[in-house]
Design a protein around this ligand. Sequence first.
Ligand code: SF4
Length: 290
Amino acid sequence: MVQTAKAKPPIWCPGCGDFGVLAAMKKAALEAGVPTHELVLVGGIGCSGSIHNFIEVNGIHALHGRLLAQAVGVKLANPNLTVVAAGGDGDGYAIGMGHFMHAFKKNASILYIVMNNETYGLTKGQASPTARIGFEGNVEAPFDSILTALSIPAHNFVARTFSGDPKTMTAVFVEALKFNRAHKGYAFVEALSPCVTYNDTYDEWRANVVDISKLPGYNPSDRITSFRLCLETMQSGKIPIGVMHRPSDDPVDPPSLELKLLGDSVGPVAADLDLTHNQAAYQKLLAGLS
Ligand code: SF4
Protein backbone atom coordinates (compact mmCIF):
# COMPACT_ATOMS: atom_id res chain seq x y z
CA MET A 1 0.00 0.00 0.00
CA VAL A 2 1.30 3.47 -0.89
CA GLN A 3 1.49 5.78 2.08
CA THR A 4 2.78 9.22 2.90
CA ALA A 5 3.93 9.04 6.48
CA LYS A 6 5.97 11.06 8.92
CA ALA A 7 9.56 9.89 9.03
CA LYS A 8 10.40 7.66 12.00
CA PRO A 9 13.83 7.41 13.66
CA PRO A 10 15.93 4.62 12.08
CA ILE A 11 15.98 1.33 13.98
CA TRP A 12 19.39 0.32 12.61
CA CYS A 13 22.36 -0.52 14.85
CA PRO A 14 24.54 2.53 15.60
CA GLY A 15 27.18 2.78 12.88
CA CYS A 16 25.30 0.71 10.29
CA GLY A 17 26.32 1.70 6.77
CA ASP A 18 22.67 2.19 5.85
CA PHE A 19 22.72 5.52 7.73
CA GLY A 20 25.12 6.82 5.10
CA VAL A 21 22.81 5.73 2.31
CA LEU A 22 19.81 7.37 3.96
CA ALA A 23 21.68 10.66 4.43
CA ALA A 24 22.97 10.60 0.84
CA MET A 25 19.48 9.80 -0.45
CA LYS A 26 17.95 12.79 1.35
CA LYS A 27 20.63 15.18 0.10
CA ALA A 28 20.51 13.81 -3.43
CA ALA A 29 16.73 14.20 -3.69
CA LEU A 30 17.10 17.86 -2.71
CA GLU A 31 20.04 18.48 -5.06
CA ALA A 32 18.29 16.76 -7.97
CA GLY A 33 15.23 18.95 -7.34
CA VAL A 34 12.84 16.07 -6.63
CA PRO A 35 9.71 17.39 -4.83
CA THR A 36 8.75 15.19 -1.87
CA HIS A 37 5.32 14.47 -3.31
CA GLU A 38 6.87 13.16 -6.54
CA LEU A 39 9.28 10.76 -4.82
CA VAL A 40 8.28 7.14 -4.18
CA LEU A 41 10.60 4.87 -2.22
CA VAL A 42 10.00 1.12 -2.54
CA GLY A 43 11.75 -0.80 0.23
CA GLY A 44 12.69 -4.47 0.15
CA ILE A 45 12.89 -6.96 2.99
CA GLY A 46 15.81 -6.84 5.39
CA CYS A 47 17.43 -4.18 7.57
CA SER A 48 18.03 -1.86 4.62
CA GLY A 49 14.53 -2.40 3.23
CA SER A 50 13.02 -0.34 6.03
CA ILE A 51 14.67 2.81 4.66
CA HIS A 52 11.38 4.22 3.34
CA ASN A 53 10.15 4.55 6.94
CA PHE A 54 12.92 6.99 7.79
CA ILE A 55 12.35 9.61 5.08
CA GLU A 56 9.16 11.56 4.57
CA VAL A 57 8.11 10.39 1.11
CA ASN A 58 5.54 8.10 -0.45
CA GLY A 59 6.63 4.61 0.55
CA ILE A 60 5.89 0.97 -0.14
CA HIS A 61 7.24 -1.98 1.81
CA ALA A 62 7.47 -4.57 -0.94
CA LEU A 63 7.48 -8.36 -0.88
CA HIS A 64 10.82 -10.11 -0.46
CA GLY A 65 12.77 -9.91 -3.72
CA ARG A 66 9.87 -8.29 -5.55
CA LEU A 67 10.53 -4.60 -5.01
CA LEU A 68 11.62 -4.05 -8.61
CA ALA A 69 8.32 -5.38 -9.98
CA GLN A 70 6.45 -2.95 -7.76
CA ALA A 71 8.77 -0.04 -8.55
CA VAL A 72 8.38 -0.60 -12.31
CA GLY A 73 4.61 -0.83 -11.81
CA VAL A 74 4.54 2.52 -10.04
CA LYS A 75 6.62 4.09 -12.81
CA LEU A 76 4.33 2.80 -15.55
CA ALA A 77 1.22 3.91 -13.65
CA ASN A 78 2.56 7.44 -13.29
CA PRO A 79 5.77 8.06 -15.27
CA ASN A 80 6.18 11.54 -13.81
CA LEU A 81 6.98 10.12 -10.39
CA THR A 82 10.60 9.61 -9.35
CA VAL A 83 10.80 6.02 -8.18
CA VAL A 84 13.60 4.60 -6.05
CA ALA A 85 13.79 0.93 -5.06
CA ALA A 86 16.13 0.19 -2.14
CA GLY A 87 17.04 -3.07 -0.45
CA GLY A 88 19.86 -5.39 0.50
CA ASP A 89 22.11 -7.86 -1.29
CA GLY A 90 20.17 -10.86 0.04
CA ASP A 91 16.90 -9.41 -1.17
CA GLY A 92 18.21 -8.35 -4.57
CA TYR A 93 20.76 -11.01 -5.46
CA ALA A 94 19.12 -14.16 -4.04
CA ILE A 95 15.31 -14.33 -4.03
CA GLY A 96 15.16 -11.26 -6.27
CA MET A 97 17.79 -12.36 -8.79
CA GLY A 98 15.33 -12.94 -11.65
CA HIS A 99 13.92 -9.45 -11.28
CA PHE A 100 17.42 -8.04 -10.83
CA MET A 101 18.54 -9.33 -14.24
CA HIS A 102 15.41 -8.34 -16.12
CA ALA A 103 15.34 -4.80 -14.75
CA PHE A 104 18.38 -3.94 -16.87
CA LYS A 105 16.60 -5.27 -19.97
CA LYS A 106 13.28 -3.60 -19.21
CA ASN A 107 15.03 -0.26 -18.65
CA ALA A 108 12.28 1.60 -16.79
CA SER A 109 13.60 4.93 -15.49
CA ILE A 110 13.84 3.96 -11.84
CA LEU A 111 16.81 3.96 -9.46
CA TYR A 112 17.66 0.69 -7.69
CA ILE A 113 20.01 1.00 -4.72
CA VAL A 114 21.34 -2.26 -3.30
CA MET A 115 22.95 -1.90 0.12
CA ASN A 116 25.56 -4.65 0.02
CA ASN A 117 27.00 -5.82 3.33
CA GLU A 118 27.79 -9.41 2.27
CA THR A 119 25.48 -10.86 4.92
CA TYR A 120 21.87 -11.29 6.00
CA GLY A 121 21.97 -8.78 8.87
CA LEU A 122 18.30 -8.94 9.85
CA THR A 123 18.47 -12.70 10.44
CA LYS A 124 21.76 -12.48 12.36
CA GLY A 125 24.60 -12.78 9.94
CA GLN A 126 24.31 -15.70 7.53
CA ALA A 127 26.25 -15.75 4.26
CA SER A 128 24.53 -13.80 1.49
CA PRO A 129 25.17 -14.14 -2.29
CA THR A 130 28.03 -11.63 -2.07
CA ALA A 131 29.70 -13.29 0.95
CA ARG A 132 33.28 -14.29 0.47
CA ILE A 133 34.39 -17.91 0.67
CA GLY A 134 34.94 -18.83 4.31
CA PHE A 135 32.47 -16.32 5.78
CA GLU A 136 30.10 -18.25 8.07
CA GLY A 137 31.03 -21.50 6.34
CA ASN A 138 30.33 -20.17 2.84
CA VAL A 139 31.85 -22.33 0.09
CA GLU A 140 30.33 -20.48 -2.89
CA ALA A 141 32.02 -17.84 -5.05
CA PRO A 142 30.74 -14.32 -4.35
CA PHE A 143 28.34 -12.74 -6.84
CA ASP A 144 29.44 -9.45 -8.40
CA SER A 145 26.58 -7.19 -9.43
CA ILE A 146 28.67 -4.70 -11.42
CA LEU A 147 30.23 -7.26 -13.75
CA THR A 148 26.75 -8.69 -14.29
CA ALA A 149 25.26 -5.27 -14.98
CA LEU A 150 27.99 -4.44 -17.49
CA SER A 151 27.29 -7.65 -19.40
CA ILE A 152 23.75 -6.55 -20.35
CA PRO A 153 23.89 -4.14 -23.31
CA ALA A 154 21.07 -1.75 -22.38
CA HIS A 155 20.89 2.03 -22.02
CA ASN A 156 21.54 1.95 -18.25
CA PHE A 157 23.45 3.95 -15.63
CA VAL A 158 25.60 1.66 -13.46
CA ALA A 159 27.68 2.61 -10.42
CA ARG A 160 29.05 1.42 -7.08
CA THR A 161 29.61 3.67 -4.06
CA PHE A 162 30.69 3.28 -0.42
CA SER A 163 28.99 4.49 2.75
CA GLY A 164 32.39 5.58 4.02
CA ASP A 165 32.43 8.26 1.31
CA PRO A 166 29.05 10.03 1.63
CA LYS A 167 30.04 12.95 -0.59
CA THR A 168 30.70 10.75 -3.60
CA MET A 169 27.65 8.63 -2.83
CA THR A 170 25.45 11.73 -2.88
CA ALA A 171 26.92 12.89 -6.20
CA VAL A 172 26.29 9.46 -7.76
CA PHE A 173 22.69 9.40 -6.51
CA VAL A 174 22.12 12.90 -7.92
CA GLU A 175 23.39 11.82 -11.34
CA ALA A 176 21.27 8.66 -11.24
CA LEU A 177 18.12 10.58 -10.28
CA LYS A 178 18.67 13.11 -13.06
CA PHE A 179 19.14 10.23 -15.53
CA ASN A 180 15.80 8.79 -14.37
CA ARG A 181 13.97 12.11 -14.41
CA ALA A 182 15.06 12.69 -18.01
CA HIS A 183 13.43 9.30 -18.84
CA LYS A 184 16.77 7.99 -20.09
CA GLY A 185 16.40 4.59 -18.44
CA TYR A 186 17.29 2.41 -15.50
CA ALA A 187 19.91 3.36 -12.92
CA PHE A 188 21.56 0.75 -10.72
CA VAL A 189 23.79 1.78 -7.83
CA GLU A 190 25.34 -0.72 -5.45
CA ALA A 191 26.13 0.93 -2.13
CA LEU A 192 28.80 -0.84 -0.09
CA SER A 193 27.12 -0.53 3.29
CA PRO A 194 28.83 -2.42 6.12
CA CYS A 195 26.88 -4.37 8.73
CA VAL A 196 28.82 -3.34 11.84
CA THR A 197 27.15 -6.03 13.97
CA TYR A 198 27.65 -9.18 11.89
CA ASN A 199 30.26 -8.30 9.26
CA ASP A 200 32.11 -5.08 10.02
CA THR A 201 34.05 -4.42 6.83
CA TYR A 202 34.49 -0.65 7.23
CA ASP A 203 38.27 -0.63 7.71
CA GLU A 204 38.89 -3.29 5.12
CA TRP A 205 36.73 -1.61 2.49
CA ARG A 206 38.11 1.84 3.24
CA ALA A 207 41.61 0.47 2.62
CA ASN A 208 40.68 -1.40 -0.55
CA VAL A 209 38.20 0.61 -2.59
CA VAL A 210 39.59 1.92 -5.87
CA ASP A 211 37.90 4.74 -7.78
CA ILE A 212 37.99 3.45 -11.35
CA SER A 213 37.70 6.98 -12.74
CA LYS A 214 41.31 7.44 -11.58
CA LEU A 215 42.57 4.47 -13.59
CA PRO A 216 44.27 4.92 -16.98
CA GLY A 217 41.88 4.51 -19.92
CA TYR A 218 38.71 5.08 -17.87
CA ASN A 219 35.78 5.53 -20.22
CA PRO A 220 32.34 4.90 -18.65
CA SER A 221 30.57 4.93 -22.01
CA ASP A 222 32.58 1.86 -23.05
CA ARG A 223 31.40 -1.32 -21.31
CA ILE A 224 34.38 -3.38 -22.39
CA THR A 225 36.83 -0.94 -20.83
CA SER A 226 34.83 -0.72 -17.60
CA PHE A 227 34.52 -4.50 -17.41
CA ARG A 228 38.26 -4.92 -17.87
CA LEU A 229 39.14 -2.23 -15.33
CA CYS A 230 36.75 -3.73 -12.76
CA LEU A 231 38.00 -7.28 -13.31
CA GLU A 232 41.66 -6.24 -13.12
CA THR A 233 40.97 -4.28 -9.93
CA MET A 234 39.20 -7.28 -8.38
CA GLN A 235 41.98 -9.66 -9.41
CA SER A 236 44.46 -7.43 -7.57
CA GLY A 237 42.41 -7.87 -4.39
CA LYS A 238 40.78 -4.43 -4.52
CA ILE A 239 37.16 -3.28 -4.86
CA PRO A 240 36.24 -1.06 -7.82
CA ILE A 241 33.87 1.83 -7.09
CA GLY A 242 32.65 4.77 -9.17
CA VAL A 243 30.48 5.22 -12.24
CA MET A 244 30.94 2.05 -14.31
CA HIS A 245 28.55 2.84 -17.14
CA ARG A 246 27.15 6.15 -18.35
CA PRO A 247 25.65 6.16 -21.87
CA SER A 248 27.41 8.78 -23.96
CA ASP A 249 24.34 9.84 -25.90
CA ASP A 250 20.71 8.97 -26.44
CA PRO A 251 19.82 6.28 -28.96
CA VAL A 252 17.55 7.14 -31.88
CA ASP A 253 14.67 5.16 -30.38
CA PRO A 254 13.27 6.08 -26.95
CA PRO A 255 15.54 4.34 -24.43
CA SER A 256 13.23 3.80 -21.49
CA LEU A 257 10.36 1.38 -20.91
CA GLU A 258 7.86 4.11 -20.04
CA LEU A 259 8.60 6.06 -23.22
CA LYS A 260 8.37 2.90 -25.32
CA LEU A 261 5.04 1.83 -23.83
CA LEU A 262 3.36 5.15 -23.04
CA GLY A 263 4.97 7.67 -25.36
CA ASP A 264 3.99 11.18 -24.29
CA SER A 265 0.99 9.89 -22.34
CA VAL A 266 0.71 10.89 -18.68
CA GLY A 267 0.09 7.27 -17.72
CA PRO A 268 -3.06 5.59 -16.41
CA VAL A 269 -3.10 7.28 -12.98
CA ALA A 270 -3.36 10.79 -14.38
CA ALA A 271 -5.20 9.90 -17.58
CA ASP A 272 -8.84 10.81 -18.10
CA LEU A 273 -9.98 7.24 -18.64
CA ASP A 274 -13.16 6.69 -20.60
CA LEU A 275 -14.85 4.22 -18.27
CA THR A 276 -18.05 4.22 -20.31
CA HIS A 277 -16.14 2.89 -23.28
CA ASN A 278 -14.42 0.28 -21.10
CA GLN A 279 -17.72 -0.85 -19.62
CA ALA A 280 -19.22 -1.29 -23.07
CA ALA A 281 -16.23 -3.34 -24.19
CA TYR A 282 -16.49 -5.45 -21.04
CA GLN A 283 -20.21 -6.13 -21.59
CA LYS A 284 -19.47 -7.13 -25.18
CA LEU A 285 -16.78 -9.51 -23.95
CA LEU A 286 -19.18 -11.07 -21.43
CA ALA A 287 -21.89 -11.43 -24.08
CA GLY A 288 -19.42 -13.27 -26.28
CA LEU A 289 -18.85 -15.84 -23.51
CA SER A 290 -22.52 -16.69 -22.99
FE1 SF4 B 1 22.78 -2.63 9.98
FE2 SF4 B 1 23.76 -5.07 10.43
FE3 SF4 B 1 22.47 -3.78 12.38
FE4 SF4 B 1 21.13 -4.71 10.27
S1 SF4 B 1 22.22 -5.95 11.80
S2 SF4 B 1 20.91 -2.67 11.21
S3 SF4 B 1 22.62 -4.40 8.59
S4 SF4 B 1 24.44 -3.17 11.41
